[in-house]
Design a protein around this ligand. Structure first.
Ligand code: EPS
Length: 426
């Protein structure tokens, strides 16, 4: 059975979002206050739209936890949509009464946008392919679920994974690396992790951040949107998570899929990523300096981003997500009508954000944490936290201990001696 398996539900303007998380060990300390931290971080960031002034996300723990400890049973979290109150019959689950139907039609005839079915598809959104796939004539049936509002539920689930990983000495954070082509410069990254988190774009380089903000302002005044890059870093990940023996057990692949699943992400890199293709091997591969007396393996650099051969190698995991510009533009692109199939001057416009790179980083953290939590339990097993903690301690010890020297021709050889050489890559 998969550990930390989770499924979300909920529409953007429905009453609530929800997430069920299955396979969380018993005995983990967990409160709603723990989950509130990341939910708050996800809502912030320069470039967010008016919706965030309405919402104040909190996760209610409604199952799987008793007196502040997980039970080992499925956890159910609910994150209410405050905006739902403003949508009324447009989003109700029950069939419309005749009276309600008549009221909505009258409102639509008067030009009330919310009451009007959406038919002008937005380029870059799920609108067209989604409506055709599910046979919807009102694109609202697609956009309500394709909306990135859903990621609030993922971040709530990510909070559970954070509490779990923290007990095992694994910490995950993120920052904004790029917005609209302006990149943070590591040499000018003067802010601490706390200062970065409190800054308008969650960027460690204040000078680059000022130019990123200018790019967002430029997009806003042009009725446009702008994307960027976030970087998620996981510290304290032991050697030996994931595997090279089968494609679906590779940690790098699992992380890439998890981050790619975020609504707005169009590319994922680990470590140096695509930059590796522009360098010689000697300028890419991380030289291994050996094992310290306390059992840590030292790499001279971390261009691989913490995994080699699909296995964590003890260095920090570094995952970057490419965030496309939001597809709902205040100055809409030309498009076409779903029903008539004819071109229209302007796609549908629905209130939206200008840029969400800092929020996407927090969502990236959640997806990385949920993936790591699953793989940790796949590796260690354990239904209860005391057992998982013990197994993690044993695993860390083992990863820092020398294996017995290899057997050659039936006799044990000297570790590190010439005859113990691997003989190359074949
Ligand atoms: C979104 C559109 C906006 C965003 C929303 C994602 O919502 P609304 O149409 O209600 O203004 O604010 O994101 C969130 C609500 C959120 O909490 O992240 C979209 O179309 O994807």
């Amino acid at each position: 059975m998969d550990s930390f398996r989770f499924l979300t539900a909920g529409e953007s303007h429905g009453p609530t979002l929800g997430v069920t998380i299955d396979g969380v060990p018993a005995g983990l300390a967990l409160t709603a206050a723990d989950l509130a931290v990341d939910l708050g971080r996800r809502q912030r960031g320069y470039g967010r739209g008016a919706r965030q002034a309405i919402e104040s996300d909190r996760a209610e723990i409604v199952a799987g936890v008793r007196h502040g400890r997980t039970l080992g049973s499925p956890i159910l979290l609910l994150v209410a949509n405050r905006d739902w109150e403003n949508w009324g019959a447009v989003m109700q689950a029950e069939p419309l009464t005749e009276e309600q139907g008549a009221e909505l039609r009258a409102a639509a005839a008067e030009g009330v946008k919310r009451a009007t079915p959406v038919t002008r598809v937005r380029p870059g959104h799920a609108d067209l392919a989604g409506a055709l796939k599910y046979g919807h004539s009102d694109i609202r049936n697609v956009l309500e679920r394709a909306s990135a509002r859903e990621t609030a539920a993922r971040v709530a689930a990510g909070g559970v994974a954070r509490a779990f990983l923290r007990e095992l000495g694994i910490e995950v954070w993120s920052f904004t690396a790029e917005v609209g082509g302006v990149a943070a410069d590591p040499a000018r990254a003067t802010r601490s992790r706390e200062e970065t988190d409190a800054s308008p774009l969650r960027c460690p380089d204040p000078e680059a951040e000022a130019r990123m903000i200018a790019r967002i302002d430029e997009a806003r005044s042009a009725g446009d949107t702008v994307g960027g890059v976030f970087e998620v870093v996981a510290h304290g990940v032991p050697i030996g998570l994931g595997s090279y023996v089968q494609w679906d057990r590779r940690l790098d692949a699992a992380l890439a899929a998890a981050v790619m699943s975020i609504n707005i992400v169009k590319g994922v890199e680990l470590g140096l990523g695509f930059e590796q293709t522009r360098r010689f091997g000697s300028a890419v591969h991380d030289v291994i300096d050996g094992r310290t007396d306390d059992g840590r393996w030292i790499h001279r650099s971390n261009n691989a981003g913490g995994t080699t051969g699909g296995v964590s190698n003890g260095e920090p995991i570094v995952v970057r997500g490419a965030v496309k510009p939001i597809s709902t533009l205040a100055k809409p692109l030309p498009s076409a009508d779903l029903i008539t199939g004819q071109p229209v001057d302007r796609a549908h416009y629905e209130r939206s954000d200008i840029s969400v790179v800092p929020a996407a980083g927090v969502i990236g953290e959640a997806m990385v944490m949920l993936t790591l939590a699953r793989v940790v339990l796949e590796t260690l097993g354990g239904d209860r936290m005391d057992v998982v903690r013990e197994r993690m301690a044993a695993h860390r010890r083992l990863m820092g201990t020398a294996p017995a020297g290899p057997e050659i021709g039936g006799r044990a050889s000297t570790p590190g001696g010439d005859e113990a050489g691997s003989g190359g890559d074949d």
